[in-house]
Design a binder for this molecule. Structure first.
Ligand SMILES: Nc1nc2c(ncn2[C@@H]2O[C@H](COP(=O)(O)OP(=O)(O)OP(=O)(O)O)[C@@H](O)[C@H]2O)c(=O)[nH]1
Ligand SMILES: [Mg+2]
Length: 400
C-alpha cells in the first residue's frame, strides 16, 4: 500500500478557483466538501484561498501573485499540505511542490489517501492499491522530466532515464499483478453472489455520509460501522432481511462523491458489481445537506457509468430531523421564494409530483417513518419477487 501522502494531524491549506462554471458561492461549497475530506483524512484546514481564473495556469495552476500569497502563508504558519480542489497535472504538481516546498495534493489524491487509510479487508486494500498505482504512473513520468530536460542533449540516456524506466516498469508490473489478483477475487465474489440464489437483491446507494449504513442497521439489525466522516464504508455488507413474509438481500456499500476518481470507479468494479446486479436500488439522500440536489445528480451520473441508471429505484430522503430552511416573514413582499425557503412539505410535494410513489422521507437516526419505508420496500420487492417466482404468490395472500 502506498501511503506516503498521509495527512495525519497536519495543518492544511485549501485552494479553489472561481470561474464561469462555479461562482464564488459554489466554489465555497466545494471547498466545504474538500475541508470535510481533509478532516476525514486527518488534516486540519487552517486557511482557504480562492482565485478567479477561467483558464488555469498550465505551469502552476494558480497565477504567480496568488502563489506568492500562498507561499507566504505556508512559510509563516508551518503548513504541511496544500490541497487543490481540482485535478493537477503531473507537471503542475511538481512545479508547485518546488515553489511551496510542502506536500501538494489534489482532490483525487486526497480521496485516494482516505480510501487507503480506511480500507479494511485485503480485498478493499487491493482495489485501493491498484487505484493508487494507476494515479501514480503518469505522475512518475512527470517526476523525472525536469531532470531529463536539465541534462538535455547528449548523455541524456544516463542513469536518470534508466531509473524512470525501472520505476515505471516496477509500477506497471505491480499494476498487472494487482489486476490479476483482482480478477481472481472477482471470480470468487461472482461465485459467492451466484450462491445467494434467486433472492431479490436490494442495494443502498447514495452520496457519502447520507446515512446508508445507519439505515442498513435499522433495517437489518446488523452493526455496520457508521460515523460522521466521509467514506466510513468501503467494504460491502450483505444481510438477509425479512419484511413481513418476504426474504431478500440488502447490500450496503461504498458511498459516491462528486468527481469520484475514475481510477477508483474502475478498481472498485467488483464492489460496484453489487450495485450492478441489484434488482432494486434505494437511493439514499441527505435532505439536510444544502447541496443534496447536486448530490443526487452526481450519484445518478455514476450509476449511469456503471450501467445501473435504469433500475427500479426508491428515492429515500433521509435526515428529515435535521432539515432546516430559511423563512420569509409574512409582511416581507420583496424576498423571492427560492429553494432555500422550501419547507419539508414543499420538497415532499416537489418529489412526489416527479416520482409519484417512488420516494419516501425518513429519519434513520430517529426511526421516523421507518414503517412506511419498510412498506414501500416490501411492495417494490414483492413486485420483483412475484415476477421471479410466479407460482409462489400464494405467499402474499395476507398482505394484499
Ligand atoms: N441527523 C441525522 N443524522 C443521521 C441520520 N442518519 C444517519 N445520520 C448520521 O450521518 C452520519 C453518516 O451516517 P452513515 O450511516 O455512516 O452514512 P453512509 O451513507 O453509510 O456514509 P459512507 O459509508 O461514508 O458513505 C452519521 O454520523 C450518522 O449518525 C438521520 O436520519 N438524521
Ligand atoms: Mg456507510
Amino acid at each position: 500500500m502506498i501511503e506516503e501522502k498521509s495527512l495525519e494531524l497536519e495543518k492544511a491549506v485549501l485552494i479553489g478557483i472561481i470561474n464561469k462554471e462555479q461562482n464564488a458561492e459554489k466554489s465555497e461549497e466545494y471547498l466545504d466538501e474538500l475541508a470535510f475530506l481533509t478532516f476525514t483524512a486527518g488534516g486540519e484546514v487552517v486557511k482557504r484561498f480562492t482565485q478567479k481564473i477561467d483558464i488555469p495556469n498550465p505551469k502552476t495552476f494558480i497565477g504567480s501573485g496568488k502563489m506568492d500569497e500562498v507561499k507566504n502563508y505556508v512559510e509563516t504558519n508551518d503548513v504541511g499540505a496544500v490541497i487543490f480542489d481540482d485535478e493537477l497535472s503531473a507537471a503542475q504538481q511538481r512545479n508547485i511542490e518546488k515553489i511551496l516546498k510542502c506536500k501538494i495534493l489534489d482532490r483525487t489524491g486526497l480521496i485516494l489517501d482516505i480510501f487507503a487509510q480506511r480500507a479494511q479487508t485485503s480485498y478493499a486494500r487491493t482495489q485501493v492499491e491498484l487505484a493508487q498505482y494507476e494515479y501514480l504512473l503518469p505522475r512518475l513520468t512527470g517526476l523525472w522530466t525536469h531532470l531529463e530536460r536539465q541534462r538535455g542533449g547528449i548523455g541524456m540516456r544516463g542513469p536518470g532515464e534508466t531509473e524512470i524506466e525501472t520505476d515505471r516498469r516496477i509500477v506497471r508490473d505491480r499494476i498487472s499483478l494487482l489486476k490479476k489478483k483482482l480478477i481472481t477475487i472477482d471470480k470468487q465474489m461472482a461465485v459467492q453472489r451466484g450462491n445467494r440464489g434467486k433472492l431479490v437483491r436490494v442495494a443502498l446507494v447514495g452520496y457519502t455520509n447520507v446515512g446508508k449504513s445507519t439505515l442498513m442497521n435499522v433495517i437489518s439489525k446488523s452493526e455496520v460501522f457508521a460515523e460522521n466522516k466521509l467514506f466510513a464504508t468501503l467494504d460491502t455488507t450483505v444481510r438477509k432481511v425479512v419484511i413481513k413474509n418476504i426474504p431478500f438481500l440488502m447490500t450496503d456499500t461504498v458511498g459516491f462523491i462528486r468527481k469520484l476518481p475514475t481510477q477508483l470507479v474502475e478498481s472498485f468494479k467488483s464492489t460496484l458489481d453489487e450495485v450492478r446486479e441489484a434488482d432494486l436500488l434505494l437511493h439514499v439522500v441527505d435532505i439536510s445537506h444544502p447541496n443534496f440536489e447536486e448530490h443526487i445528480e452526481s450519484v445518478n451520473k455514476i450509476l449511469d457509468e456503471i450501467d445501473s441508471a435504469d433500475k427500479p429505484t426508491l428515492m429515500v430522503f433521509n435526515k428529515i430531523d435535521s432539515y432546516t430552511h430559511t423563512t420569509i416573514d409574512n409582511d416581507d413582499l420583496v424576498t423571492e421564494k427560492t429553494k432555500e425557503h422550501y419547507t419539508l412539505e414543499d420538497w415532499k410535494k416537489t418529489w412526489m409530483s416527479k416520482l409519484d410513489k417512488d420516494c419516501i422521507f425518513i429519519s434513520a437516526l430517529n426511526k421516523e417513518n421507518i414503517d412506511d419505508f419498510k412498506d414501500k420496500v416490501f411492495k417494490a420487492v414483492k413486485k420483483i419477487h412475484i415476477a421471479r417466482f410466479p407460482y409462489n404468490d400464494f405467499l402474499y395472500q395476507d398482505y394484499e
